[in-house]
Design a protein around this ligand. Structure first.
Ligand SMILES: [Zn+2]
Ligand SMILES: [Zn+2]
Ligand SMILES: [Zn+2]
Length: 250
């Protein structure tokens, strides 16, 4: 992390972020800085928390005593909060564009919900920052291979998507080889495939509308090896057998 606001970010709760984002999205003339203050026991909470929202800390009582002066002080606080929010947002966006996997970025912000990180990274927020939104990091050949490894081990597309913070349809695309990545199979003979993997192949094939090549890519086996197990020519007796490429005609 290269940003200045690490500690501040760690102390922000999701509710804080929502409040700040909402505030930032409001036209300047309509903003009420009170909206940035947590509802319950707002002032003492602000002082105690020293959150980036309050910024200048515990001089709230003094400002209250100043009457009209209070408004100006709070507006300054709000500008400060807005600027901090922009810094925070820029930091997330920069991290995401430098990362090679979305997971790296998520792990850098352990106190933030994934959806919050993604919202800023993808520009679905209204933060006043010049840092451009970034798309999810490009899926590398290594990551693609990991997806397939997970699938082979029995994880579902949804499981893998949760694990890697990727969209389901990205996972589907890469697992089944609808991408530009290498589809070279592992060097395994048909005898080396055990009952568990055989069941995985059969059930997966039965459940999805797959070609022999797609299921072979997903489990990283040669098509001939997959066909042997799918067709039930193997000693295994679990899972529905199938003829993956029925010959044309009678
Ligand atoms: Zn943002
Ligand atoms: Zn791929
Ligand atoms: Zn088998």
């Amino acid at each position: 992390m290269t940003d200045t606001g690490d500690e501040d970010e760690d102390s922000l709760t999701e509710a804080d972020l929502d409040r700040i984002a909402e505030f930032a999205a409001t036209p300047e003339e309509d903003r009420d800085p009170d909206d940035l203050v947590p509802d319950r026991d707002a002032q003492t909470t602000r002082e105690a928390r020293e959150s980036p929202v309050s910024g200048s800390g515990g001089d709230e009582g003094r400002r209250d005593a100043e009457g009209r002066g209070q408004h100006r002080g709070r507006t300054d606080d709000a500008r400060d909060a807005s600027r901090r929010q922009a810094d925070y947002c820029s930091s997330v966006r920069r991290d995401m564009s430098d990362a090679s996997t979305a997971r790296e970025v998520v792990e850098e912000y352990p106190d933030l919900h994934v959806s919050e990180i993604m919202r800023h990274a993808y520009g679905e927020c209204e933060c006043p920052t010049d840092e451009p939104p970034t798309s999810s990091p490009v899926i590398s050949p290594e990551e693609c291979r990991e997806f397939r490894g997970c699938y082979r081990e029995g994880l579902s597309v949804g499981d893998i998507s949760d694990e890697y913070y990727r969209a389901d349809n990205s996972i589907t695309r890469h697992v089944f080889g609808r991408c530009s990545h290498d589809t070279r199979p592992l060097d395994q003979s048909r005898e080396e495939v055990g009952a568990d993997l055989c069941r995985r192949v059969r059930e997966s094939f039965a459940r999805n509308d797959l070609s022999l090549r797609e299921i072979s890519t997903a489990v990283r086996l040669r098509p001939a090896v997959v066909r042997y197990h799918l067709a039930g020519d193997c000693p295994h007796s679990t899972g529905p057998t199938a003829d993956p490429d029925p010959p044309d005609g009678p």
